[in-house]
Design a protein around this ligand. Structure first.
Ligand SMILES: Cc1ncc(COP(=O)(O)O)c(C=O)c1O
Length: 1002
């Protein structure tokens, strides 16, 4: 029988063997009786036999595996037993052989019995210690070294774990990944890994490998203490007993010829899901492996692509196994771990990992004990002389410019040179440098700065923003001198000056000296644009720009700060989001919550994008306040100009006020023609309530449950959202009468045609009020349930409600703070969607684009009744600056046709989200209109059980995908989608793509 070839036979359901079968086989062939428990396996059947005095594993191999292959596994175990790794003992059957054939219901199966290796698998350890990770690496390295000389006929087989055919395995199995979003990510990630691997393949060493030295298959020493893997003298000798010291390796089912570094990649991939937040911890695994089984240059370059590939093979194989063998709980349970490991792997840039790994291995001998993440920044104090190993970088000036003459370019996220979206211009960096050069003759960039110019929008992955190289621009030209003595050579088109422990990479050298040994201070050429990067990685230049996934402290070791060579401090200041948060919490009332447990530090906005201090962008799906987009240049300049002229209060006479109130009145439906200007939605609602009360001479206000109208005493009184205030329903003041929330999705009555029963309920409430002699002053509601996540009111509800209120002499207030002002796309006012004209409209948020601005628009008659309360004055309401802001926002909305954009992009987005709902059971409904949408997450579409925790998890994962979205509603289970109205179709699509993936992998 030929050896197994996965590519010829890619589907391997486990043989059909029951516990009773195993019991019979153990008794008949091994003379063993005891309790029998099935152990997990992807494609074989394994049973634990406990005789009471000893424990064994009975292994029934999948019938596709030949006797040669099983003998090869036994040979591998025997070889390793001799090399000192604790491994299971191969037991002989009563007939004296170590492999017996049995017949299970007509299927011939080959059986072996192994001693059970006691100890805790690493899988059970949540977050392994560095020592445990090193044990894992040492074991894998020892196994690889131990098997290096093994030759056997049964090793020439092709399993799906053979890294050499990883690409083919993925091609073959990827269709088992049912979810298209997951499939796409696997495809793209694998393609990138294979491309990186392609030039290395022929140089990778092939030998016998275990193929599966993973967290599942190493057992830590019994008693919990990890011990020196592979170093135990007794290894193998106590198999079959419960005693044992030292870590051991089990499961030799994948033993075959393969790439040596593939052995390590499998081990590293298995560690990743243990350390998702600090994946560089796997460097401990690699270093320990390499100490036993040294890695060559090609291995190092191939490792991360192979880890990624292994992760992908695990994902596709897991999906295949579940599709094939639905009741394989082992395969099913592993899927979450497998996806997590793949996800962690794909987020690490292979070139970055390679550079850090090279540095780590080169320095391992010198300083094995210091973990990279504890590394401290390099002291850049300039001195003279050559660098010595591990010491701060020193050197004489590389260019003949005096320290004080260095003019630093600010390319950071907060650089005003990059305002107004200039950072998106590919020529932006050159432009900033050129401007400084025009004034000062030359300019220098900063080391370790996160350059905004390297940020990208609608990103799928982290942007490589951190500069490890430094550029000096000097249009007049400068002489370049060797900052230390060394060998000068051209490598990959760049100049490299090498001294004892550091390489200086130089680009832009014109008229260079030829390759030579140069002395410190010797002129080596001239430059107009000189780029330099220091490297403590021998031979290979680290990436010039890196993502934030690896900490600065690591890069300061790998690619140190070249400040000393310029005689100036070029190190960019580093912002610390955690520190900033704790400062905020120290003095800012914590009830004024922040989004996300670990929020990024956002210091810039542009259109519908936010940018954190690491230059990572986020699509802003929550800022309905910033209707025309962040940092709109027209608004910026209008505000600047008005501030420069005048800002005072509305008791003074200036034209901007009338211009603005005319515009607002013009936008309101007749007969609303009179405007009050305040500073917020809460104030607008408060004032509207007082207008209703003074106009009617009554106190009682009707408000719907589940709503939020603001924080002031009045606005809070009519707010009953338990999502915002869990005790809201019991604590409303006596002048507020709550009526049922006409929530068409999860309310008392459901569907768009549920207005009649809701109005019947309202009739009952009103009748009760009438009977108690409480006359109604007014009724307040959002025309689309913003707080519930954009739930549309039932058709005709407001018309019926307004009629009933007006019949009793009450006043109808539409709170348009969230949903009005063009956001619905198809309507400027939400009340228009319901076909009603309110008596009072409250508006805020969007009208100021973030500037504090609110308004009440009503009839002259209602406004005039307020005179009974004396005059009305709000110090900053309607100030010249506020009026300018309000007018400019309206101008921008008109000129950029943002309401039309809200309709178009909103409809597109809603359709795509509804499409997602057809594939993801968690989506119960997509609410809303235009760019006020809500994705309601439920655990069950029948019971509508709210998926609150899931919604929180989705929001956290969406942040990692570069999207800011938050939950709303009484159950905080509705993703509120209300981006700036300028959002593009591309960003909407990117958001849907990200949500698709997040839901697929939740
Ligand atoms: C519908 C509604 N009305 C009023 C307010 C209060 O507005 P502000 O926060 O500007 O005081 C809000 C705020 O979220 C709101 O959503």
């Amino acid at each position: 029988m030929p050896n197994f070839d996965f590519l010829a036979q890619p589907s391997l359901p486990r043989p059909d063997v029951t516990g009773d079968d195993a019991t019979a086989i153990a008794a008949e062939h091994y003379g063993l009786t005891g309790t029998v428990t099935e152990l997990g396996s992807q494609q074989d059947r394994n049973f634990l036999i406990d005789t009471g005095t000893a424990r064994y594993v009975l292994k029934l191999a999948n019938p596709v595996f030949s006797a040669d292959e099983l003998h090869a596994q036994n040979a591998a175990m025997a070889t390793l037993a001799r090399s000192g790794v604790r491994i299971p003992e191969v037991m002989t059957a009563t007939d004296g052989t170590d492999l017996v054939a049995v017949d299970v219901r007509g299927v011939r199966l080959l059986v072996r019995l192994l001693g059970y290796l006691d100890g805790e698998p690493l899988t059970g350890v949540g977050e392994p210690s560095a020592e445990q990770l090193r044990t894992l690496g040492t074991l894998a390295g020892t196994v690889a070294a131990g098997l290096a000389a093994l030759r056997h006929l049964g090793l020439a087989r092709t399993t799906q774990w053979d890294a050499r055919i990883g690409g083919e395995v993925v091609d073959l199995l990827i269709d088992h990944v049912a979810d298209p979003a997951k499939r796409r990510v696997v495809r793209e990630t694998v393609d990138a890994a294979l491309a990186r691997l392609a030039p290395l393949r022929t140089r990778l060493r092939v030998q016998a490998v275990h193929g599966d030295v993973t967290d599942d298959n190493i057992v830590l020493a019994a008693g919990g203490d990890e011990a020196s893997g592979g170093a135990s003298d007794e290894a193998g000798s106590e198999a079959g007993t419960t005693a044992g010291s030292g870590a051991g390796v089990i499961d030799f089912g994948d033993v075959a010829y393969g790439w040596l570094v593939g052995e390590l990649a499998a081990t590293v991939a298995s560690a990743l899901h243990h350390v998702p937040a600090a994946p560089l911890a796997v460097l401990d695994v690699v270093e320990a492996f390499a100490a036993v089984s040294p890695l060559d240059d090609t291995d190092i370059a191939a490792l991360w692509p192979l880890v990624v590939l292994r992760g992908a093979v695990l994902v596709v194989s897991g999906e295949q196994q579940v599709a094939l063998d639905g009741d394989n709980r082992y395969a099913d349970e592993n899927r979450a771990h497998e996806w997590l490991a793949f996800d962690v792997a794909r987020r690490i840039d292979a070139a970055e990992f390679e550079a850090v790994l090279r540095w780590r291995l080169e320095n391992a001998a010198a300083d094995a004990a210091s973990p990279v993440d504890a590394a401290s920044p390099v002291d850049g104090a300039p001195t003279t002389g050559s660098p010595t190993p591990g010491s701060p970088i020193t050197g004489s000036p590389i260019v003949g410019l005096r320290t004080a003459e260095h003019h630093l370019a600010d390319l950071s996220v907060t650089s005003h040179a990059l305002d107004a979206g200039r950072w998106l211009d590919p020529a932006a960096e050159a432009g900033v440098l050129a401007a400084i050069c025009r004034e000062h003759g030359h300019a220098v960039t900063r080391y370790a700065e996160h350059r905004l110019t390297r940020a990208s929008i609608d990103r799928r992955a982290a942007s490589a923003t951190r500069a490890l190289s430094v550029t000096l621009d000097a249009p007049g030209g400068v002489d370049v001198t060797a900052p230390f003595a060394g060998e000068l050579a051209i490598v990959d088109g760049s100049w490299r000056l090498r001294c004892d422990d550091v390489d200086l990479w130089i680009d832009g050298l014109s008229r260079p000296l030829s390759t030579a040994r140069v002395a410190q201070g010797e002129t080596i050429g001239a430059a107009v644009t000189l780029t330099v990067q220091l490297s403590r990685v021998r031979g290979r230049r680290p990436p010039a720009f890196v993502t934030p996934s690896i900490p600065r402290s690591v890069w300061e070791q790998v690619s140190p700060d070249p400040s000393a060579l310029f005689g100036a401090d070029l190190a960019a200041p580093e912002s610390d989001a955690a520190l900033a948060l704790s400062r905020r919490d120290d003095t800012f009332a914590v009830v004024q919550e922040h989004y996300f447990a670990e929020p990024p530090l956002i210091e810039r906005g542009w259109r519908h994008h936010l940018v954190d201090t690491a230059g990572q962008t986020y699509i802003d799906m929550v800022n309905n306040v910033t209707a025309v987009g962040h940092a709109h240049p027209r608004l910026v300049s209008a505000v600047r100009d008005q501030w420069a002229l005048l800002n005072t209060n509305s008791r003074f006479h200036y034209e901007e006020l009338a211009r603005f109130t005319e515009r607002l009145a013009g936008l309101a439906p007749a007969p609303l023609d009179t405007v009050f200007l305040v500073n917020s939605g809460s104030e607008a609602v408060d004032l509207a309530l007082r207008l209703a009360q003074t106009h009617t001479g009554r106190r009682t206000i009707l408000a719907v449950t589940e709503a939020y109208h603001g924080w002031t005493v009045g606005a809070d009184g009519v707010s009953s959202s338990i999502g915002d205030n869990p005790r809201a329903l019991e604590t409303r003041p006596d002048w507020v009468k709550l009526v049922a929330s006409p929530n068409t999705y999860r309310g008392r009555h459901r569907g768009t045609a549920s207005a009649p029963p809701y109005l019947a309920d309202l009739d009952e409430d009103l009748a009760a009020l009438d009977a108690s002699g409480q006359a109604v002053a007014g009724f307040i509601a959002e025309p689309v349930f913003g707080n519930a996540g954009g739930v549309m009111l039932p058709d005709g509800y407001l018309r019926g409600a307004y009629q009933r209120i007006r019949d009793r002499g009450g006043v109808c207030i539409a709170d348009e703070v969230q949903v009005g002002y063009g956001r619905l796309g198809h309507y400027f006012w939400g009340s228009a969607q319901q076909g009603v004209v309110p008596d009072i409209i409250t508006v805020a948020k969007a009208m100021g684009n973030g500037h504090p601005l609110g308004a009440v628009i009503t009839t002259k008659a209602i406004a005039d009744s307020f005179a009974a309360e004396g005059s009305f004055f709000s110090s900053a309401g309607g100030s010249p600056v506020s009026a300018t802001v309000g007018l400019t926002v309206l101008d921008i909305m008109r000129d950029e046709e943002l309401q039309r954009n809200a309709a178009e992009v909103g409809d597109h987005l809603a359709a795509r989200l509804r499409d997602l709902g057809r594939r993801h059971a968690l989506i119960g409904a997509v609410h809303g209109l235009g760019l006020y949408l809500g994705v309601e997450l439920v655990r069950d579409r029948e019971t509508l059980a709210p998926a609150t925790e899931e919604a929180a998890a989705v929001c956290d994962r969406m942040l990692a995908e570069g999207c800011v979205v938050q939950p709303t509603g009484d159950h905080k289970n509705v993703l509120k989608i209300k981006p700036p109205l300028c959002i593009t179709r591309e960003s909407a699509d990117r958001f849907v793509e990200a949500l698709d993936l997040v839901l697929a992998t939740l």
